[in-house]
Write a protein that binds this ligand. Structure first.
Ligand SMILES: *[C@@H]1O[C@H](CO)[C@@H](O)[C@H](O)[C@H]1NC(C)=O
Ligand SMILES: *[C@@H]1O[C@H](CO)[C@@H](O)[C@H](O)[C@H]1NC(C)=O
Ligand SMILES: *[C@@H]1O[C@H](CO)[C@@H](O)[C@H](O)[C@H]1NC(C)=O
Ligand SMILES: *[C@@H]1O[C@H](CO)[C@@H](O)[C@H](O)[C@H]1NC(C)=O
Ligand SMILES: *[C@@H]1O[C@H](CO)[C@@H](O)[C@H](O)[C@H]1NC(C)=O
Ligand SMILES: *[C@@H]1O[C@H](CO)[C@@H](O)[C@H](O)[C@H]1NC(C)=O
Ligand SMILES: *[C@@H]1O[C@H](CO)[C@@H](O)[C@H](O)[C@H]1NC(C)=O
Ligand SMILES: *[C@@H]1O[C@H](CO)[C@@H](O)[C@H](O)[C@H]1NC(C)=O
Ligand SMILES: [Zn+2]
Length: 908
């Protein structure tokens, strides 16, 4: 203690607040480095008692002398009397404990300074209840179907910042450490961690309890540590064909054992695929795959203990929808890609979350297409992501994928669709840009170099740049990091304008940010845009290495291509839409493209992703008045000859979006136009009622064709739907193919009255299969009568079951796409806003308001929405988004809808 007593006492009082202020940074201090954790957790799990007690011993290396230990802890009861800090030299006393609630810091102030270079051991004891909030160490349960007994289980979810709720720790991804985990539990249960068991012994006081030591886990981040105590069943034990012969077990509740278990089938194949792709062996000896009844996310890639959410699995009782299976397969492939991207090499901080999520999303697509090429799932997912991305990121509201985040809720908020999808498209861009060989060489050298370490995005750029320069794929003086930063450190995407001089052959190019609903030239954002040209006389869409770059800061670029392209042949920029930008061409080039799509064999050899993008671009350009709708509709005519799913899906998706904004006569004409557009495609396929079991690969296109044809009232489609349903009901041996049930029931309800509604409604209430229930719910959204629909809303709203509330949202969003339902549902939402706000999550409310705003037409309606909801806290963020979208749509309605309708009218 310092001398002058009285004085220092006053001094202390003054200094306490300023200690807190002095350390108000959101990251842990770097003075101490955790090297190793010994973690012991005793789990109590019976019908009356669900909690855990634990202790942690952390070896700390002092990198800078310090008098405090700052780490994370939240929602734990820490027994301060048993906290100790010691080293070979002896014990150090804790003089004071401080807590920072904002960042969950737990700060131990010490009597003596920790000396630089020394290793200390921090020991802490703590306990807590197993919580219900799906974070940290939480509890879950299932009911045995035969005995009706409830079985409890306990499992961890530490990502992104929840490890601190299970034990005090340095809960940042860059503090990688090794972990020895010992679990104590009743013998009725199985205990799992990321590593195999070394040995078990009886608990010295609790009867029938054991303690089991697990092998040491590799250096890893806290968010990837996992454990569970449960009595789930192992469906099968598998062994991978990979070098390490990894043992894979598959745990789930008994009733799931007879389902198709996609994760079990895929896991060994995925390990082989990724080992081959990345040329690095999977480093662990076992993986337990644990399917749990409740989980915060779809799945979690914990090292050695991958966890899946039971809710997201396909069901087996007759309704086994391919889309759901595809998504599950994608999830599994995604979690296994994480074993390398995320687990082996980890981002330093959550700002670069996309480094693991974008890569894992993209590599999962490659895995799917490699494991089952005929299903083309990866390709379809990329096409969908492109469509989503171009639409979503044109409003100016979506942030950069790499952006600083500080507290837990901001970090959690980083896990957005946007980070995953734009992240995936950014990795794809590098793949296309650098080519197969350099891209994978770079990826492999990146993984090798940073194995068991941490990175930021600059490290990835660097690895790719080194290899690409060596291979001569990019010029030696090219700065790949600077170029790629322009894609990850800002939101939005560019519009490139390409003007050809047909006399001299010169090309003039410039770029600007593409905005929907805002003046386009008012922006100084720019990107490094790779330029790859394809010419009509040699339509090679496989060659995706750039020939030139548009630079940033940007200037108009004038280019003379080698061998002058002929004036009567098109040029197309950006083969396969390798990079995320739109292109506008001069009139003549557009005409050449349209002509070729319409009349040339095989659409002039233009790649299907480019065909989809040309439709998307021209419609987008017309919506901001940079092109005429007349030209866009000229281009759309080509769809009548299109056989591929991707351009159809994108084109009709966009048309539906604008069509929903039309009313009265314009809406009628739109419907006629859509019928005419779809009819030629529809007539190429077998009748709905005569469809036996189609090949899996054909299902997406078939669903698309029938759903659009029935939606736009192609008579034959509606008759077929009715025949199908009636013959199923009259003779129950006629099976309703599950993939087409939604379409058939929807059409049946839309055309039907009271009787039809009551029938479907009672089917909805009676079924226990949740996939089947969702099908009925979205069909009920097709009902024409709001009084009927309201019955359904009241019923589902009152239900406490979670599944019913999913159905509620599904039906409402379906119904909102029908012109005649928008107003009554809008009124219903407004008058029930308060209770809806309490019942649903923010994400669901956002979905609800966005679908409402998408379909509102008048400024008055939008204003009404604002007035009713602006004081309700739950709606704050969803409302902002919905209003923004509503404004964009109304601007379109005011500025463009008459052009749109006029162009359309000429073609009906
Ligand atoms: C649950 O476990 C606690 C001790 O952990 C014990 O006191 C209690 O009796 C148990 N209850 C039941 C119903 O087994
Ligand atoms: C703890 O020590 C670190 C490193 O010496 C220092 O940066 C930090 O301000 C200290 N924190 C508090 C609350 O005193
Ligand atoms: C810690 O020790 C103090 C003094 O011996 C005692 O009063 C207190 O109850 C102890 N706290 C706990 C949680 O055991
Ligand atoms: C089982 O879990 C659900 C949440 O999924 C919870 O609402 C319920 O109370 C739990 N049942 C028991 C008996 O713990
Ligand atoms: C263990 O299982 C037995 C037999 O099923 C049961 O009676 C007992 O209550 C279980 N104990 C715990 C702690 O789950
Ligand atoms: C951790 O466990 C390993 C065995 O897997 C053992 O060799 C090592 O000594 C343990 N480390 C500590 C600090 O207890
Ligand atoms: C790009 O070029 C087009 C066509 O020459 C021109 O209309 C547009 O204003 C230019 N945009 C910018 C941002 O320079
Ligand atoms: C639903 O169940 C009720 C009672 O079990 C039954 O009366 C009714 O016929 C069922 N409805 C349908 C459509 O199957
Ligand atoms: Zn992920």
């Amino acid at each position: 203690m310092p001398q002058l007593n009285g004085f220092s006492w006053i001094f202390l009082i003054l200094i306490i607040p300023s200690i807190q202020a002095a350390y108000d940074h959101y990251r842990l201090p770097t003075a101490l480095e955790p090297l190793h954790y010994n973690l012991r957790i005793l789990t109590h799990l019976n019908s009356t008692d669900q909690r855990f007690e634990g202790s942690v011993k952390i070896d700390l290396l002092t990198r800078e002398s310090t008098k405090n230990i700052t780490l994370h802890a939240a929602n734990l009861k820490i027994d301060e009397n048993r906290t100790s800090v010691s080293s070979d030299q002896g014990k150090n006393d804790v003089t004071k404990i401080e807590i920072n609630e904002v960042y969950n810091f737990y700060i131990l102030h010490l009597c003596q300074e920790l000396e630089k270079g020394q290793i200390y051991q921090l020991e802490m004891h703590f306990d807590a209840r197993l919580n219900d909030s799906l974070s940290g160490y939480y509890k879950s349960n299932y009911t045995d179907e035969n005995t009706k007994e409830v079985h409890n289980l306990a499992v961890t979810q530490f990502s992104p910042t929840f490890a601190r709720q299970a034990f005090p720790c340095f809960d940042e991804p860059s503090w990688k450490s090794t972990f020895n985990v010992t679990l104590g539990y009743h013998k009725n249960f199985t205990g799992l961690t990321g590593m195999p068991i070394l040995g078990c012994q009886d608990h010295d006081s609790l009867e029938n309890y054991i303690w089991c030591d697990h092998e040491q886990l590799l250096r890893t981040s806290t968010y990837l540590v996992a454990y569970a105590v449960h009595d789930l069943k192992n469906a099968a034990t598998e062994e991978s064909q990979t070098s390490n012969k990894v043992i894979i077990r598959n745990w789930m509740q008994p009733k799931l054992l007879d389902r198709e278990i996609i994760s079990m089938e895929m896991a060994p194949k995925l390990l082989s695929f990724y080992e081959n792709l990345f040329q690095i062996d999977f480093p662990l000896v076992k993986i337990d795959q644990l399917t749990v009844p409740t989980h915060r996310f779809s799945a979690m890639e914990n090292w050695g203990l991958v966890v899946y959410n039971e809710d997201k699995l396909p069901e087996n009782q007759g309704v086994n929808l391919q889309q759901q299976k595809d998504r599950t397969a994608e999830t599994v492939a995604h979690e296994y890609a994480h074993q390398w991207f995320g687990n082996l090499v980890t981002m330093k901080w959550w700002n670069d979350l996309w480094l693991k999520e974008g890569t894992s999303t993209y590599f999962s697509y490659l895995a799917l297409d490699s494991l089952q090429p005929d299903l083309t799932r990866g390709e379809r997912f990329i096409a969908l992501d492109l469509g989503t991305f171009f639409a979503m990121d044109s409003g100016g509201t979506v942030p950069a994928i790499s952006k600083e985040v500080k507290n837990s809720s901001q970090i959690l908020g980083q896990f957005t669709e946007y980070v995953y999808k734009k992240g995936a498209l950014t990795i794809r861009m590098l793949h296309k840009l650098l080519g197969e060989e350099s891209f994978f060489q770079g990826i492999r050298s990146f993984l090798r170099k940073y194995s068991l370490g941490n990175v930021d995005q600059g490290d990835l750029w660097q690895s790719l740049q080194e290899v690409s320069k060596l291979n001569g794929v990019i010029p030696v003086d090219f700065n790949l990091s600077r170029a790629m930063d322009s894609w990850t450190l800002q939101g939005g995407y560019p519009l490139v304008t390409l003007i050809r001089d047909y006399k001299t052959g010169r090309l003039t190019l410039n770029q600007t940010r593409f905005y929907q609903g805002k003046n386009i030239s008012e922006d100084s954002h720019c990107w490094w845009v790779p330029l790859t040209f394809v010419r009509q006389n040699h339509p090679d869409f496989e060659q995706t290495n750039p020939q030139f770059w548009l630079e940033c800061p940007s200037a108009t670029k004038v280019l003379q291509l080698p061998d002058l392209p002929a004036a009567d042949k098109w040029i197309i920029l950006n083969p396969q839409v390798s990079t995320i930008f739109r292109v506008n061409y001069d009139e003549h080039n557009w005409d050449l493209i349209i002509e070729s799509l319409l009349n040339d064999h095989n659409h002039g050899g233009i790649h299907k992703l480019n065909r989809a993008q040309l439709v998307d671009d021209l419609m987008a350009l017309a919506s901001v008045k940079l092109q005429k709708y007349d030209k866009a509709f000229d281009l759309l005519e080509y769809l009548k000859k299109e056989k591929d799913f991707l351009p159809w899906q994108r084109g009709v998706g966009i048309l539906n979006h604008f069509g929903a904004l039309l009313r009265g006569q314009e809406a009628k004409e739109f419907k006629i136009y859509m019928q005419k557009l779809i009819l030629p495609l529809y007539s190429r396929f077998p009748k709905l009622a005569a469809l036996s079991s189609p090949a899996i690969k054909d299902i997406p296109l078939l669903q698309f064709v029938y759903s659009q044809a029935c939606c736009y009232h192609v008579d034959d489609c509606i008759n077929q739907a009715k025949i199908l349903i009636m013959s199923n009901w009259n003779r129950s041996q006629v099976e309703l193919p599950s993939h087409f049930q939604k379409i058939a029931y929807c059409s049946f309800l839309e055309e039907g009255g009271e009787m039809e509604f009551q029938k479907i409604f009672s089917l909805f209430q009676n079924t226990t299969n949740s996939a089947q229930r969702r099908i009925f719910a979205s069909a009920i959204g097709c009902s024409r009568n709001f009084k009927h629909f309201e019955q359904f809303l009241d019923f589902t709203f009152k239900s406490e079951e979670k599944l019913f509330s999913d159905c509620y949202m599904l039906a409402v969003t379906t119904a909102l796409s029908r012109e005649y339902m928008v107003t009554p549902i809008g009124n219903y939402i407004l008058s029930n806003a308060k209770i809806l706000g309490k019942k649903f999550k923010k994400k669901e409310l956002k979905g609800l308001l966005v679908s409402l705003a998408e379909n509102l037409q008048s400024p008055e309606e939008l204003e009404q929405l604002n007035v009713h909801l602006k004081d309700l806290k739950e709606y704050e963020e969803p409302l902002k988004e919905a209003l923004k979208l509503g404004e964009i749509n109304q601007k379109w309605h005011k500025d463009c809808s008459s052009d749109f309708s006029e162009a359309l009218r000429k073609r009906i």
